[in-house]
Design a binder for this molecule. Structure first.
Ligand SMILES: CC(C)(COP(=O)(O)OP(=O)(O)OC[C@H]1O[C@@H](n2cnc3c(N)ncnc32)[C@H](O)[C@@H]1OP(=O)(O)O)[C@@H](O)C(=O)NCCC(=O)NCCS
Length: 471
């Protein structure tokens, strides 16, 4: 059985882990390989009682332990720095970036099975990792690929619901409509109506989650072909993995584009629980709304320009730079354009982050992909130039907490290079990927019996009075 792509890669990784004590949590995960069981559902079923006990113990032993103080700034500042959510699938370190179940992106690239030797990880492998916390082997990932294929049927009414919208409506509006229409098939809703016992909630949530993840590429590619390719759809190819098949249904069969799609879908899955899309799904699902209802809500958050829509904004902004300054612009011209954007009261899309305080590792792995596959692409070269020009300007502004590029600063030029040039569509790709992280956590939300989310809100008057009293 092949657990790792190559023994050499594993020993390289191990020596790195030994040298870096901060990566010790990863060692734990690397030691936990999935067994030979290829059925994901059975693996989860086995794990759940142990995790329920763990949560119970945490509550009993440490329930009253304080995690920090809440300040007025936090309440007025979008709850920044306020720890308030349990999210098992990933954890974001401001300096280091995301870890999926303890594994950084470079580590995932090394240990998760790939379609091509030494290539990008298969998103199905990450789904397995997020759900179980264990690194799957190739056989397990292949079985999961097949299982997703078997769950990918789309009822006709879904296409009709999308077709009821004008083709000019934003692709994210069409996508959210399609997902809402899929909700008709929710297993959770059916089970709830039949009076399912709460200890079993996770099972139909798992069914809905896997079905939804499986169905999204077909819905998303239908929307792409409907808007941009005269409605000529391309049937699924069951011999392909999730990422490659998605690329195929969109109309891109270049093996490099397939690799890009695998990377793209893998890195956009999850970014801990507090970001707008993940938090929204978790909040809505806490009312026992099923995964379709919860994920549609998440998509509506993702469609905001400060969140997922930034990937669309970045490519449009980069193209506006080229339109105004020409392809061979000087550094001075570029700086002037950045200042012009800021002085007109806009943000520089693709830079900054609510939590990260360094260059996003999701940006770095896309940069590495570009250096490997498209080093001479003029827009990639412009992205590289922006990496030098923008951070000092944002720092000079004096208020931006993180001047470095995020995931969205890079993705558009990669897609554009392989012919997926329609920027308005990009956030749909992000949405397909985000379902993997969000739905994995939703399964655990129900397995752990997490409660209805209900934070306390106050008025300005309440805050003023409280602060005067305590001053
Ligand atoms: C991501 C983002 C919303 C985080 O917001 P945040 O947590 O409030 O960030 P900060 O605390 O650093 O914001 C402080 C100030 O700097 C500004 N700022 C942050 N990033 C900026 C950017 N890229 N361009 C211009 N101004 C920016 C904020 O708008 C805010 O200004 P204000 O006080 O006048 O309202 C913000 O960085 C942004 O708008 N980036 C561009 C959009 C983007 O790329 N989104 C995708 C994120 S993955």
């Amino acid at each position: 059985m092949v657990f790792f792509r190559s023994v050499a890669a594993l020993s390289r990784l191990r020596s790195r882990l030994v040298q870096q004590p901060s990566l010790s949590s990863s060692v734990r995960w690397l030691q936990i390989q999935s067994g030979s069981e290829i059925d994901l559902h059975s693996q989860l079923k086995e794990m759940i009682p142990e995790q329920q006990e763990r949560l119970k113990k945490l509550k009993t032993e440490y329930g009253k332990t304080q995690l920090g103080n809440i300040t007025v700034d936090m309440v007025l500042g979008g709850m920044r720095g306020m720890t308030g959510l349990l999210w098992e699938t990933s954890l974001l370190d401001p300096e280091e970036g995301i870890r999926f179940r303890g594994l950084s992106i470079p580590e995932c690239q090394k240990v998760l099975p790939a379609a091509v030797d030494g290539g990008e990880p298969l998103p199905e492998g990450l789904l397995w990792l997020l759900l179980t916390g264990k690194v799957p082997n190739k056989e397990q990932v292949n079985a999961l690929s097949k299982e997703l294929q078997s769950r990918a049927k789309i009822p006709d009414h879904v296409y009709k619901a999308i077709d009821a919208l004008p083709k000019t409506s934003h692709p994210m509006t069409q996508f959210a409509t399609g997902v809402m229409a899929l909700q008709v098939g929710s297993e959770f809703q059916k089970a709830y109506e039949k009076g399912i016992h709460k200890s079993k909630y996770w099972e139909p949530t798992y069914e809905d989650s896997l079905n939804l993840i499986a169905q999204l590429p077909a819905v998303a590619s239908y929307i792409y072909r409907r808007i941009y390719k005269d409605g000529k759809t391309i049937p699924s190819d069951d011999s392909l993995d999730y990422g490659a098949n998605f690329s195929h249904m969109l109309g891109f069969d270049d093996p490099k584009m397939q690799e890009l799609m695998r990377l793209y879908v893998t890195i956009h899955t999850d970014h801990e629980g507090g970001n707008v899309s993940a938090h929204t799904a978790h909040l809505v699902a806490s009312a026992l709304s099923d995964p379709y209802l919860s994920f549609t809500a998440a998509l509506n958050g993702l469609a905001g320009p400060l969140h997922g829509l930034a990937n669309q904004e970045v490519l449009l902004w980069i193209k506006s730079v080229v339109d105004e300054c020409g392809e061979n612009m000087s550094t001075e011209q570029l700086k002037e354009y950045v200042w012009k954007t800021l002085n007109s009261g806009k943000v520089v899309p693709g830079f900054g982050h609510g939590v990260l305080r360094k260059t996003d590792p999701r940006y770095m792995c896309q940069r590495e992909f570009a250096l490997k596959h498209l080093p001479d692409d003029p827009l990639f070269q412009l992205v590289s130039k922006l990496y030098e020009v923008v951070p000092p300007i944002l720092t000079e502004l004096g208020k931006v907490k993180n001047p470095w590029p995020n995931v969205d600063a890079h993705s558009g030029v990669l897609l554009n290079h392989f012919g997926l040039t329609e920027a308005r569509y990009f956030t749909v790709l992000f949405g397909v990927s985000r379902s993997i992280g969000v739905c994995s956590q939703l399964v655990w939300d129900r397995a752990l019996g997490l409660p209805l989310e209900r934070p306390k809100s106050v008025t300005m008057e309440w805050l003023e009075n409280y602060c005067k009293k305590t001053a």
